[in-house]
Design a protein around this ligand. Structure first.
Ligand SMILES: *[C@@H]1O[C@H](CO)[C@@H](O)[C@H](O)[C@H]1NC(C)=O
Ligand SMILES: *[C@@H]1O[C@H](CO)[C@@H](O)[C@H](O)[C@H]1NC(C)=O
Length: 302
């Protein structure tokens, strides 16, 4: 417990260096025990199930025996010479277990493992989960994915409980974020074919441009983009505060786009539907740009 406590304090004070060290250590241990395991599982016919069984056994023996050995180690001074002899045997066993790698992971408080894993990015977490079954278990931990979601996407949606867990929710959100980023790249490239491809070909789709005009139905929407691409000068803009909420076959994204950061943002909403294995845009709404001075009038007459 003391070790765990000081570790968590250390994590808070010198985070970057310590985290890097811990992760390197964990990875080394993971790779090491992976080689051990693969060596053993090579001998058995079904390597996958053997791996799982082994992980189960490892969890059992090391977490129970590892804990009591650590306790004996910490209370060492109160024992007589006979017990001390037994103790040093115990210590040797703990050292041996530590060197096996798996029990080192087990001895970390789960919160600390999760915390350490939360510093990994998406590809690293996936790679780590492939090293061995223990790491796969740790890297599939829902709390690790929830932490990663909040780090990569938004601190909002803390109260959300994704039906298929945070890992699936993370993947779905990433997919939507990619489609949404593509939408803005299409506008930058002013590519009509790509714009035609991203919208669902349906009569109920709608698009409200920054001019305030509304277009309804696939043909009208695509024509409105054709006009926009022909008329408007290509301009650079930045997209910020992108927030996605994904349900099974529907998602909506809110964001701000700045043409230049001194002026206000366009507040935008995109709505997507999932059809035949991919996401389609079905609704785009951009807030109306008000010319300087028109603001009060608009509000009064609005
Ligand atoms: C702990 O180790 C002892 C032998 O040292 C063994 O008899 C016992 O079954 C182990 N406990 C667990 C829970 O594996
Ligand atoms: C967008 O929302 C912000 C508030 O977050 C507001 O200040 C701004 O005027 C809005 N922009 C438009 C064009 O409505």
């Amino acid at each position: 417990m003391e070790i765990a406590y000081s570790l968590s304090m250390a994590l808070q004070s010198h985070q970057p260096l310590i985290i890097v060290t811990i992760i390197t250590l964990l990875s080394l241990l993971a790779v090491r025990s992976f080689f051990k395991r693969s060596h053993i599982s090579n001998a058995s016919a079904s390597s996958t199930s053997a791996c799982k069984e082994e992980a189960k056994e490892a969890t059992h023996s090391s977490s129970c025996n590892g804990t009591s050995d650590s306790a004996a180690f910490l209370n060492g001074d109160t024992f007589g010479p006979a017990e001390k002899g037994m103790m040093s045997a115990d210590v040797a066993k703990v050292v041996a277990e530590r060197q096996s790698g798996a029990s080192m992971m087990e001895q970390l408080v789960p919160e600390i493992t999760t915390h350490a894993l939360s510093y990994l990015d998406y590809p690293s977490l996936c790679r780590l989960s492939m090293t061995n079954s223990l790491m796969r278990k740790a890297a599939n931990d829902d709390n690790a994915w929830k932490a990663l979601y909040h780090k990569d996407f938004t601190l909002e949606q803390d109260s959300v409980t994704p039906v298929n867990g945070w890992k699936a929710y993370y993947a779905a959100t990433r997919a939507i974020m990619n489609v949404n980023a593509e939408f803005f790249n299409i506008i930058r490239d002013r590519s009509l074919p790509a714009m035609s491809h991203i919208w669902l070909n349906a009569d109920y789709i709608k698009c409200v441009h920054a001019s305030g005009e509304l277009f309804s139905g696939y043909n009208a929407v695509i024509q409105s983009w054709q006009l926009a691409f022909n008329w408007e000068q290509g301009f650079d803009f930045q997209v910020r505060d992108v927030r996605a909420r994904v349900l099974t076959d529907m998602a909506w994204v809110t964001m701000k786009t700045y043409v230049d950061l001194d002026n206000g943002a366009f507040n935008m909403t995109n709505v997507y539907e999932f059809h035949q294995g991919r996401w389609y845009l079905v609704h785009h709404h951009s807030s109306v740009m008000l010319a300087d001075g028109d603001m009060e009038q608009q509000i009064i007459h609005g």
